[in-house]
Design a protein around this ligand. Structure first.
Ligand code: ARG
Length: 265
Protein backbone atom coordinates (compact mmCIF):
# COMPACT_ATOMS: atom_id res chain seq x y z
CA UNK A 1 0.00 0.00 0.00
CA UNK A 2 1.12 3.58 -0.65
CA UNK A 3 0.00 6.30 1.77
CA UNK A 4 -2.62 8.49 0.10
CA UNK A 5 -3.90 11.97 0.61
CA UNK A 6 -7.67 12.35 0.62
CA UNK A 7 -9.95 15.37 0.74
CA UNK A 8 -13.27 14.90 2.54
CA UNK A 9 -16.22 17.12 3.49
CA UNK A 10 -18.14 16.52 6.74
CA UNK A 11 -21.89 15.88 6.16
CA UNK A 12 -22.90 18.73 8.50
CA UNK A 13 -25.62 19.91 6.11
CA UNK A 14 -26.41 16.51 4.58
CA UNK A 15 -30.03 16.03 3.45
CA UNK A 16 -32.02 14.46 0.67
CA UNK A 17 -34.31 17.29 -0.31
CA UNK A 18 -34.09 16.98 -4.08
CA UNK A 19 -33.76 13.96 -6.34
CA UNK A 20 -31.14 13.79 -9.09
CA UNK A 21 -30.60 10.03 -9.08
CA UNK A 22 -32.91 7.05 -8.46
CA UNK A 23 -31.55 6.43 -4.95
CA UNK A 24 -32.76 9.81 -3.66
CA UNK A 25 -36.25 9.89 -2.12
CA UNK A 26 -36.90 13.30 -0.54
CA UNK A 27 -39.89 11.87 1.38
CA UNK A 28 -37.70 9.36 3.27
CA UNK A 29 -36.22 10.58 6.58
CA UNK A 30 -32.46 11.14 6.93
CA UNK A 31 -30.58 10.96 10.24
CA UNK A 32 -27.85 13.62 9.96
CA UNK A 33 -26.23 12.66 13.29
CA UNK A 34 -25.90 9.08 12.10
CA UNK A 35 -24.51 10.29 8.77
CA UNK A 36 -21.88 12.32 10.66
CA UNK A 37 -20.95 9.31 12.82
CA UNK A 38 -20.66 7.00 9.80
CA UNK A 39 -18.63 9.57 7.86
CA UNK A 40 -16.32 10.11 10.87
CA UNK A 41 -15.73 6.36 11.06
CA UNK A 42 -14.75 6.38 7.37
CA UNK A 43 -12.30 9.26 7.96
CA UNK A 44 -10.85 7.48 11.02
CA UNK A 45 -10.49 4.28 8.97
CA UNK A 46 -8.30 6.09 6.42
CA UNK A 47 -6.17 7.62 9.15
CA UNK A 48 -5.74 4.26 10.87
CA UNK A 49 -4.59 2.79 7.54
CA UNK A 50 -1.85 5.44 7.38
CA UNK A 51 -3.45 7.94 5.00
CA UNK A 52 -3.74 11.71 5.34
CA UNK A 53 -7.21 13.27 5.34
CA UNK A 54 -7.80 16.97 4.67
CA UNK A 55 -11.22 18.44 5.35
CA UNK A 56 -12.99 21.14 3.38
CA UNK A 57 -15.51 23.31 5.24
CA UNK A 58 -19.09 22.28 4.38
CA UNK A 59 -21.50 24.94 3.12
CA UNK A 60 -25.08 25.26 4.33
CA UNK A 61 -27.58 24.65 1.50
CA UNK A 62 -25.29 22.21 -0.34
CA UNK A 63 -26.49 18.84 1.04
CA UNK A 64 -24.47 16.78 -1.47
CA UNK A 65 -21.17 18.53 -0.77
CA UNK A 66 -20.20 15.55 1.41
CA UNK A 67 -19.57 13.71 -1.87
CA UNK A 68 -16.09 15.14 -2.30
CA UNK A 69 -15.21 12.83 -5.20
CA UNK A 70 -17.39 15.04 -7.38
CA UNK A 71 -15.54 18.21 -6.41
CA UNK A 72 -12.58 17.90 -8.79
CA UNK A 73 -10.13 15.51 -10.47
CA UNK A 74 -6.51 15.77 -9.36
CA UNK A 75 -3.54 14.21 -11.20
CA UNK A 76 0.14 15.17 -10.80
CA UNK A 77 -0.81 18.20 -8.74
CA UNK A 78 -3.04 19.54 -11.54
CA UNK A 79 -6.64 20.21 -10.55
CA UNK A 80 -9.43 19.97 -13.11
CA UNK A 81 -12.46 21.67 -11.59
CA UNK A 82 -15.95 20.25 -11.80
CA UNK A 83 -18.95 21.65 -13.59
CA UNK A 84 -22.04 19.95 -12.24
CA UNK A 85 -24.87 18.62 -14.38
CA UNK A 86 -27.61 19.87 -12.05
CA UNK A 87 -27.99 23.43 -10.69
CA UNK A 88 -28.56 22.06 -7.17
CA UNK A 89 -24.87 21.17 -6.94
CA UNK A 90 -23.35 23.96 -9.08
CA UNK A 91 -21.99 26.01 -6.15
CA UNK A 92 -19.85 23.10 -4.96
CA UNK A 93 -17.45 23.49 -7.90
CA UNK A 94 -15.95 26.88 -6.95
CA UNK A 95 -15.82 25.85 -3.29
CA UNK A 96 -13.59 22.88 -4.13
CA UNK A 97 -11.52 24.77 -6.71
CA UNK A 98 -10.86 27.55 -4.17
CA UNK A 99 -9.74 24.99 -1.60
CA UNK A 100 -7.14 23.69 -4.04
CA UNK A 101 -6.04 27.17 -5.11
CA UNK A 102 -5.50 28.14 -1.46
CA UNK A 103 -3.61 24.88 -0.89
CA UNK A 104 -1.18 25.91 -3.67
CA UNK A 105 -2.31 23.64 -6.49
CA UNK A 106 -2.46 24.52 -10.20
CA UNK A 107 -6.20 24.84 -10.78
CA UNK A 108 -8.19 24.81 -14.01
CA UNK A 109 -11.83 25.82 -14.30
CA UNK A 110 -13.83 23.34 -16.39
CA UNK A 111 -15.22 24.35 -19.76
CA UNK A 112 -17.21 21.13 -20.02
CA UNK A 113 -19.78 19.47 -17.76
CA UNK A 114 -18.01 16.95 -15.53
CA UNK A 115 -18.43 15.61 -12.01
CA UNK A 116 -14.81 15.05 -11.07
CA UNK A 117 -13.59 11.74 -9.78
CA UNK A 118 -17.16 10.49 -9.76
CA UNK A 119 -16.75 9.92 -13.50
CA UNK A 120 -12.94 9.84 -13.89
CA UNK A 121 -10.87 7.08 -12.35
CA UNK A 122 -7.11 6.79 -12.75
CA UNK A 123 -5.27 3.54 -13.37
CA UNK A 124 -1.52 3.14 -13.99
CA UNK A 125 -2.08 3.46 -17.73
CA UNK A 126 -5.38 5.17 -18.34
CA UNK A 127 -7.86 7.72 -17.20
CA UNK A 128 -11.14 5.80 -17.29
CA UNK A 129 -13.94 8.25 -17.97
CA UNK A 130 -17.67 7.63 -17.70
CA UNK A 131 -20.45 9.34 -19.62
CA UNK A 132 -24.16 8.83 -20.13
CA UNK A 133 -25.68 10.59 -17.12
CA UNK A 134 -23.49 13.34 -15.70
CA UNK A 135 -20.15 13.97 -17.41
CA UNK A 136 -20.13 15.13 -21.05
CA UNK A 137 -17.88 13.58 -23.67
CA UNK A 138 -16.22 16.96 -24.20
CA UNK A 139 -14.88 16.74 -20.65
CA UNK A 140 -13.06 13.50 -21.52
CA UNK A 141 -11.09 15.38 -24.17
CA UNK A 142 -10.53 18.31 -21.82
CA UNK A 143 -9.14 15.94 -19.16
CA UNK A 144 -6.85 14.19 -21.61
CA UNK A 145 -5.34 17.51 -22.71
CA UNK A 146 -4.91 18.70 -19.14
CA UNK A 147 -3.44 15.51 -17.65
CA UNK A 148 -1.64 13.98 -20.68
CA UNK A 149 -3.13 10.62 -19.76
CA UNK A 150 -4.88 8.47 -22.35
CA UNK A 151 -8.60 8.63 -21.73
CA UNK A 152 -10.82 5.60 -22.19
CA UNK A 153 -14.46 6.59 -22.62
CA UNK A 154 -16.96 4.24 -21.01
CA UNK A 155 -20.70 4.49 -21.65
CA UNK A 156 -22.97 3.96 -18.65
CA UNK A 157 -26.56 2.85 -19.22
CA UNK A 158 -28.27 2.09 -15.88
CA UNK A 159 -29.50 5.22 -14.02
CA UNK A 160 -28.75 3.52 -10.66
CA UNK A 161 -25.09 3.59 -11.72
CA UNK A 162 -25.05 7.19 -12.89
CA UNK A 163 -21.40 7.85 -12.02
CA UNK A 164 -18.50 5.65 -13.13
CA UNK A 165 -17.43 5.21 -9.50
CA UNK A 166 -20.70 3.46 -8.69
CA UNK A 167 -19.99 0.73 -11.25
CA UNK A 168 -16.20 0.39 -11.29
CA UNK A 169 -13.38 0.33 -8.72
CA UNK A 170 -9.69 0.78 -9.52
CA UNK A 171 -7.65 -1.78 -7.61
CA UNK A 172 -4.01 -0.99 -7.01
CA UNK A 173 -3.60 0.87 -10.30
CA UNK A 174 -3.35 -2.05 -12.71
CA UNK A 175 -6.60 -3.91 -12.19
CA UNK A 176 -10.25 -3.10 -11.66
CA UNK A 177 -13.53 -4.53 -10.42
CA UNK A 178 -16.74 -3.63 -12.21
CA UNK A 179 -20.37 -4.44 -12.89
CA UNK A 180 -20.60 -5.43 -16.58
CA UNK A 181 -24.36 -4.79 -16.66
CA UNK A 182 -23.78 -1.08 -15.96
CA UNK A 183 -22.05 -0.59 -19.33
CA UNK A 184 -23.02 -0.80 -22.99
CA UNK A 185 -21.93 -3.93 -24.88
CA UNK A 186 -19.16 -1.97 -26.62
CA UNK A 187 -17.80 -0.54 -23.39
CA UNK A 188 -17.87 -4.03 -21.86
CA UNK A 189 -15.74 -5.28 -24.71
CA UNK A 190 -13.29 -2.43 -24.17
CA UNK A 191 -13.04 -3.26 -20.47
CA UNK A 192 -12.57 -6.98 -21.22
CA UNK A 193 -9.70 -6.15 -23.61
CA UNK A 194 -7.92 -3.77 -21.23
CA UNK A 195 -8.54 -5.67 -18.00
CA UNK A 196 -8.80 -9.42 -18.75
CA UNK A 197 -8.18 -10.24 -15.05
CA UNK A 198 -10.80 -7.86 -13.67
CA UNK A 199 -13.09 -8.89 -10.87
CA UNK A 200 -16.66 -9.00 -12.17
CA UNK A 201 -18.98 -7.88 -9.41
CA UNK A 202 -22.37 -9.48 -8.81
CA UNK A 203 -25.48 -7.30 -9.24
CA UNK A 204 -26.38 -7.82 -5.55
CA UNK A 205 -23.07 -6.28 -4.43
CA UNK A 206 -23.32 -3.42 -6.90
CA UNK A 207 -26.89 -2.76 -5.69
CA UNK A 208 -25.51 -1.77 -2.26
CA UNK A 209 -22.88 0.41 -4.03
CA UNK A 210 -20.20 -2.16 -3.23
CA UNK A 211 -18.11 -0.90 -6.15
CA UNK A 212 -18.04 2.59 -4.66
CA UNK A 213 -14.82 1.55 -2.96
CA UNK A 214 -11.38 3.03 -2.27
CA UNK A 215 -8.22 1.00 -2.76
CA UNK A 216 -4.71 1.99 -1.62
CA UNK A 217 -3.07 -0.95 -3.35
CA UNK A 218 -3.69 -3.35 -0.47
CA UNK A 219 -6.81 -2.38 1.46
CA UNK A 220 -10.18 -1.92 -0.17
CA UNK A 221 -12.53 0.25 1.88
CA UNK A 222 -16.01 -0.79 0.76
CA UNK A 223 -19.63 -0.88 2.00
CA UNK A 224 -20.11 -3.57 4.66
CA UNK A 225 -23.25 -4.75 2.85
CA UNK A 226 -21.15 -5.90 -0.16
CA UNK A 227 -19.98 -9.13 1.46
CA UNK A 228 -19.79 -11.11 -1.77
CA UNK A 229 -17.46 -8.56 -3.32
CA UNK A 230 -15.35 -8.55 -0.13
CA UNK A 231 -14.91 -12.33 -0.55
CA UNK A 232 -13.92 -11.92 -4.21
CA UNK A 233 -11.36 -9.24 -3.26
CA UNK A 234 -9.90 -11.37 -0.47
CA UNK A 235 -9.55 -14.31 -2.87
CA UNK A 236 -7.43 -12.04 -5.12
CA UNK A 237 -5.16 -11.06 -2.22
CA UNK A 238 -6.70 -7.70 -1.28
CA UNK A 239 -7.62 -6.78 2.27
CA UNK A 240 -11.29 -5.71 2.42
CA UNK A 241 -12.08 -3.05 5.05
CA UNK A 242 -15.87 -2.81 5.45
CA UNK A 243 -17.54 0.45 6.50
CA UNK A 244 -21.21 1.28 7.00
CA UNK A 245 -22.45 4.40 5.20
CA UNK A 246 -26.13 3.46 5.11
CA UNK A 247 -27.33 7.07 5.65
CA UNK A 248 -25.27 8.41 2.74
CA UNK A 249 -26.54 5.59 0.55
CA UNK A 250 -29.93 7.36 0.72
CA UNK A 251 -28.38 10.03 -1.52
CA UNK A 252 -26.82 7.42 -3.79
CA UNK A 253 -23.34 7.66 -2.30
CA UNK A 254 -20.79 5.37 -0.65
CA UNK A 255 -17.18 5.49 0.59
CA UNK A 256 -15.62 6.49 -2.74
CA UNK A 257 -18.13 9.31 -3.29
CA UNK A 258 -17.04 10.79 0.05
CA UNK A 259 -13.35 10.66 -0.91
CA UNK A 260 -11.39 12.78 -3.37
CA UNK A 261 -7.86 11.55 -3.94
CA UNK A 262 -5.29 14.36 -3.94
CA UNK A 263 -2.41 13.29 -6.17
CA UNK A 264 0.60 15.54 -5.80
CA UNK A 265 3.04 16.66 -8.46
N1 ARG B 1 -26.62 12.77 -4.50
C1 ARG B 1 -25.39 12.87 -5.21
C2 ARG B 1 -25.65 13.09 -6.69
O1 ARG B 1 -26.56 12.47 -7.20
C3 ARG B 1 -24.56 11.65 -4.98
C4 ARG B 1 -23.20 11.75 -5.57
C5 ARG B 1 -22.39 10.50 -5.38
N2 ARG B 1 -21.07 10.70 -5.78
C6 ARG B 1 -20.33 9.85 -6.51
N3 ARG B 1 -19.08 10.09 -6.68
N4 ARG B 1 -20.87 8.80 -7.10
O2 ARG B 1 -24.98 13.84 -7.35
Amino acid sequence: MTPRRYLMCPPTYFAVDYSINPWMDPSAPVDVDLAVRQWSALRDTYVSLGHTVDEITPISGLPDMVFAANGAMVVDGIVYGSQFRYPERAAEAPAYLNWFARAGFETHEAKQVNEGEGDMLLTDRFLLAGTGFRTDLGAHAEAQELFSRPVITLQLLDPHFYHLDTALTVLGGANIAYLPEAFTASSRRVLAQLFPDAILAAPADAAVLGLNAVCDGTHVVLPVQASGLADQLAAKGYDPVPVDLSELLKAGGGPKCCTLEVRGA
